[in-house]
Structures are given as structure tokens and as C-alpha cells.
Design a protein around this ligand. Structure first.
Ligand code: NAP
Length: 278
């Protein structure tokens, strides 16, 4: 679980442990992360410190616990949000977000795929990419975040044939969640507590993601070795006030940008005085 220490990744960890998986969570705060549940699950859980924005740390990340037996589920979840006009974004912020959402994970994935044990027979890899509805939605002042999320999604689609050619038992799941109530993620938006509370519960989104990941192999019908789906905000649950995830299968066409009001054309200038009298 790349980004398994907080938020949605943490929920995916907890539910993965409940499903009987061994789980390794990566993140900067891994040193203080423990399995959320009881002792038997603690034994199947490891947390490893990793800063995705540090290429040397990515190259040195301990991948040993991922060697199996059984299939390897690689969840690409780590992320952070940024809302800022590009002109007001510091070069260091561009580098940081690009490294976190894009360069670091791609570098880590390349390392994993280059490792001979991933191509060993009967060692299926299931890549689960958590992108965002921001990869296709028109958002204001979020060009960097939306662009990187669109890159993550396009990269995952592009990699799927490569993975399946390497081993037909590999799987790829690409999920685009809408807004979730994860602490701190939306600080740039200055939301009221009530607005944040109305977002989806990350535990509900994690449950939907696991359900998609555990899809049965179809005996006939459409090929589901690669699956893309949206988990958007659906109806509000009157008991919790939270929006329930609404599953929309497939990719979404990118929305055109919402442009500011066009300025009125300047009125024709009056002719100079002498021209009017002559
Ligand atoms: N929240 C939403 O509304 C929403 C909607 C759509 C999509 N998403 C996407 O869902 C994913 C998870 O979001 P979230 O809401 O769960 O966010 P979150 O609560 O802020 O959690 C982010 C995770 O990423 C890890 N992370 C951050 N910086 C890192 C770094 N430099 N190196 C390694 N790990 C790092 C964090 O761990 P450490 O702090 O321990 O490093 C944490 O585990 C993101 O990719 C986000 O873009 C979120």
C-alpha cells in the first residue's frame, strides 16, 4: 500500500488485513503507524518509512516483504492536494507534487517490474491505481493537481497491455474517487466542517475499491483484466449525512474548462469632432 499510513490508504490497509492479506504500508509517517486492529492482524502488518519525493529513498525502499507467496496487490494511493493559480505556485511546490504524484511512484513501479521475482511464474501482480475524478473534471486553480492525476490515469491505461503481455494472470484496476472526508487533504479549499462531513467516508470508498479488486474472473462477457471505474458522490445517507459512493463503470470524457465571463467588446469610439461637422 503505497500511501497506506493515513486517509484512504489506511482504510484500504485495515480492510485488506480483515480480508486475510499480509499488508505492507509505505509512507513518511510509517514509523508511528500500527495495524488498526487486534494482535493477529498486527502480525500480518508491516509499515515502512518511504518519502516518494526522494529518488534515493525510492531506489532503496525495502521491497522484500512483497515477495509472496500468493498474488501481489500493489495499491498506488499516496498523494496530496493543491489548489493554487500556477503563477502563485512556487517552483519547489511544483517539484514536490510532481515527485509525489508521478515521478516517485513511477520510479518505484519500474523497480518492482524490473525485479525478476515479479516475472516468476504464478506470481500475479494486481496494480490498483487510485486516481481521481479531478483527472477529467473541470476544476478551478488546480491545473497541476488535475494534470498529474490525468497523467497517473493515462499511465495506468498505457501500462496495462504491457503487464498483461508479460503475464496473462496480472490485473489492473483504475479507480477515480470523488471527494472524500479525509482529514487535512482539502485544507486549501477552506471548507466548513459541515461541507467536509458531507463528502464520502473513505471507509465506504475503500470497501468499494476492494469489491472491484476482488471481482470474479468472468467466464464470458467483457474482458475485465483491466477495469476502470468512477466512485462518485451519490445519495446522502440520512443517518450519517455522508454521501454514499456511486459506481459509474468506465472512463469519463474530460470536461471542457469553465471559462470566465467574456468581457464585453469595447464600444465603437466616437468620431473626432471635425470629422462629424464636415
Ligand atoms: N480526499 C479526496 O477527496 C480524494 C478524492 C479523489 C482522489 N483522492 C486521491 O486519493 C489518494 C489518497 O488521498 P487521501 O485523501 O487519503 O489523502 P491523505 O489522507 O492526505 O493521505 C495521503 C497518503 O499519502 C502519503 N504521502 C503523502 N506524501 C507522501 C510522500 N512524500 N511520500 C510517501 N507517501 C506520502 C501519506 O502518508 P505520510 O504522510 O505518512 O507520508 C498518506 O498515507 C490521493 O492520491 C488523492 O489524490 C483523494
Amino acid at each position: 500500500m503505497v500511501g497506506g499510513t493515513r486517509g484512504l490508504g489506511r482504510e484500504l490497509v485495515t480492510q485488506g488485513l480483515r480480508r486475510g492479506h499480509d499488508v505492507v504500508a509505505y509512507g513518511r509517517s510509517a514509523a508511528t503507524t500500527t495495524a488498526a486492529d487486534a494482535a493477529p492482524e498486527q502480525e500480518r502488518f508491516r509499515a515502512r518509512v518511504l518519502d516518494l519525493t526522494d529518488p534515493a529513498a525510492v531506489d532503496a525502499a525495502d521491497l522484500d516483504g512483497l515477495r509472496g507467496p500468493g498474488p501481489l496487490y500493489l495499491f498506488w494511493v499516496a498523494g496530496a492536494f493543491l489548489r493554487r493559480p500556477l503563477a502563485l505556485t512556487a517552483p519547489q511546490e511544483i517539484d514536490h507534487l510532481t515527485a509525489l504524484l508521478w515521478l516517485g511512484p513511477v520510479r518505484l513501479l519500474r523497480r518492482l517490474l524490473a525485479d525478476p521475482w515479479t516475472s516468476a511464474p504464478h506470481r500475479p501482480l494486481h496494480l490498483v491505481t487510485v486516481a481521481s475524478s479531478s483527472s477529467w473534471r473541470a476544476r478551478e486553480e488546480q491545473s497541476l493537481y488535475c494534470g498529474l492525476k490525468a497523467a497517473q490515469a493515462a499511465f495506468t491505461r498505457g501500462l496495462a497491455p504491457e503487464l498483461l503481455a508479460a503475464d496473462p494472470s496480472h490485473r489492473v484496476t483504475l479507480v477515480h474517487p470523488g471527494a472524500m472526508a479525509t482529514a487535512g487533504f482539502h485544507d486549501d479549499l477552506d471548507l466548513t466542517p459541515a461541507e467536509l462531513a458531507a463528502f464520502m467516508d473513505p471507509a465506504d470508498v475503500a470497501a468499494e475499491i476492494w469489491r472491484l479488486v476482488d471481482r470474479p474472473a468472468p467466464t464470458d462477457g467483457p474482458d475485465q483484466r483491466f477495469l476502470e471505474a468512477q466512485l462518485l458522490r451519490g445519495e446522502t445517507d440520512p443517518a450519517t449525512g455522508r454521501a454514499a459512493p456511486r459506481l459509474v463503470p468506465g472512463p469519463q470524457a474530460p470536461e471542457p474548462p469553465t471559462l470566465p465571463e467574456a468581457l464585453p467588446l469595447p464600444e465603437a469610439l466616437p468620431l473626432p469632432e471635425p470629422a462629424r461637422t464636415s
